[in-house]
Write a protein that binds this ligand. Sequence first.
Ligand code: NAI
Length: 793
Amino acid sequence: MSVADYLDSMDYGPAPEDDGNARSWLAAHNERFGHFINGRFTEPKAKSFDTIEPATGNILATVALGADADIDAAVAAAAKAQSSWQAIGGKKRARHIYALARMVQRHARLFAVLEALDNGKPIRETRDLDVPLVARHFYHHAGWAELQDTEFSGYQPIGVIGQIIPWNFPLLMLAWKVAPALALGNTVVLKPAESTPLTALLFAELASKAGLPAGVLNVVTGDGSTGSLLVGHDKVGKIAFTGSTDVGRRIRAETAGSGKSLTLELGGKSPFIVFDDADLESAIEGVVDAIWFNQGQVCCAGSRLLVQESIHDRFIERLKQRMTTLRVGHPLDKAIDMGAVIEERQLARIRALVAKGVEEGATAFSPPFEMPEDGYFHPPTLLTGVEPASTVATEEIFGPVMVAMSFRTPDEAVALANNTRYGLAASIWSEQISLALDIAPKLKAGVVWVNATNLFDAGVGFGGYRESGYGREGGREGVFEYLKPKAFAARKPRKPLPPVPEADADASFEPMAIDRTAKLFIGGKQVRPDGNYSLPVISPKGKIIGEVGEGNRKDIRNAVEAARKAEGWGKAATHLRAQILYYLAENLAVREKEFASRLVDMTGARKSEAEKEVAAAIERLFTYAAWADKYDGAVHSPPLRGVALAMNEPVGVAGVVCPPEAPLLGFVSLVAPLVAMGNPVVAVPSERYGLMATDLYQVLETSDVPAGVINIVTGGSEALAKTLIEHADVDAVWAFGSMELSEMAEALSVSNMKRTFVDNGLATDWYDAAQAEGREFLRQAVQIKNIWIPYGE
Ligand code: NAI
């Protein structure tokens, strides 16, 4: 036997990590836990449930099932603690957050072992990845607390934050959510997943010992019913959720109209694209990290392998060989690659999906090694011959199962990659930087890794497009999710406008120098409304001063289609977008007097007020023209060999429902930032002042705004708004008006998880730049894509 043969024949012996400390901590609590509220554990409750060790199926501990009174107590403690936590200021808070980072490092081994026991993931991962990243999150966010006064001076904390997290990265998800929330002056009620509550309880206990004031961080354990109570609590200002798209959708519907802010980090079905010029060995290791890391229970797991046809067979063969060298075993064995999946139910679900894949014609491969007998283990699995429309190619499996497909050309790769309702992450493997950076902007995903996968850092934003949710965690972009603009807090409930008077029966049209035929503006053209109906516009004195087209569902559909066709606007040079907005402002300025007199007729405003509104609208257009090529992204420098380009991309087709007041300035204030950032818009102007928008048609036509970039559908705004918000091809909705409108926008957005921006019935002072323009509007008009690229040594 040669030395090489001898080495090949050697196997790893077990290298178990000692779990003594973790077991002692559990024993010190008699393996029974209450909630952690106001700085201490509550008594264990009669209503409780067990948390199981997935590697053995044994009970690890019993935890309380949070009910109404527990959520009330935790929210009350958090609310009480919030004002003083905010008042101590960023610099003092930074010391506390820093102390939490140190605390995590001091207890790193205990956290790593307890996490591996409770979740079933390998100690190698908890020790080398989860726990160090947790510490990094607290260090990073201690820095943001330190800088809060200068870097976020226009913002204030939201208040009490409800955070609901899943079981796949129990402690890391806690850190992602708790670190920024606390750093910026909020207090937290956290509900860990029912299957993995232990590290959150340990964290809360040790944080308290590290001097975190009572009530600042509260942990209430429980299941979905407990989560739902937290979501519904009226003293909670924001819900931050990570978990399944179904539950995310439910939370969106339940919080609609509540005024709560919401971030959702949901599922994914992320593509892993290998081009024929990729470094194949690296790409093979990439696949291992993409789908067998954490048993594939990763929201951003590269779970769809797309391989260029010319190398497909070779790549798959090599991958199968590599799979046979993976080791599945007890999570505390330091020499294993894969541990147990979370629970029996999840194991059954994975098995059923693999069977479904085979039934649908795919071929399943798993290496022929022995699996542990106890516990919930699933071997690494590869499905080949998968059809793009099949269940396994479209459903999130959330287990160690890769589905492979092939493509011929880069365009085909992009089409396949985007053929999903999700949009969380993507990996691109190619040695040609020009190819990788050509593909990256075309992918609908919030995170793109070039020649890498599953990289995370506290300083780099993470979050999805489409049904993968919205909001970002990490970096500066994540900080904004835990703040609200101070100026917004000054908004007061909107006063209802006086009722529209009955039209004077004898009234004829007041003479106006414009064409009175009622039209809509769709795809760059003035078009008749589908139903051929029109609505009178009545002055406060009861005079009919004109007519606007009465748009219907079909018109909204046509407008959305026109907007979708104009998506190239988002790719147009920012300089061009700026120039066109300047031109629009100039052309409006030429007709300043005409617009002012229209406002006087329609609203009954004094001439000076009307002139002020037109001047402000022109100024606002100039402002967004200025911003168009300046609100750009950032380059993050994570502590890895690479940088992450945080690119501000347009959200997509945006629906705008304009406020009832300030007919011109309200319209411009909402449409201009969206257009400046590259989003084609379908706008529904305020119903009673629709003529203002129709007067704009001619300004738009003379300003080189490309066809479909701004579409205007006048008519009954409530019905139009509903159609627009429900439309499955609209990506974002900005709805300013009544409380009911806000609620409708948020509730109906769930169909395709649109981004919403609403005013909750609070009136914006459109003349106050702090409330009505600037970074907050621009932030809402973009979604950040973080592209990780190798850089430097
Ligand atoms: P889930 O979405 O039900 O649970 C996540 C968290 O939400 C848990 O803390 C749970 O208690 C809570 N929750 C459940 N229902 C709730 C409700 N009505 N209101 C408020 N909170 C509620 O996820 P689950 O059942 O653990 O896993 C099911 C599937 O979800 C997985 O197979 C996977 O596809 C996906 N998933 C995705 C994750 C991600 O990171 N994107 C994480 C976990 C699961």
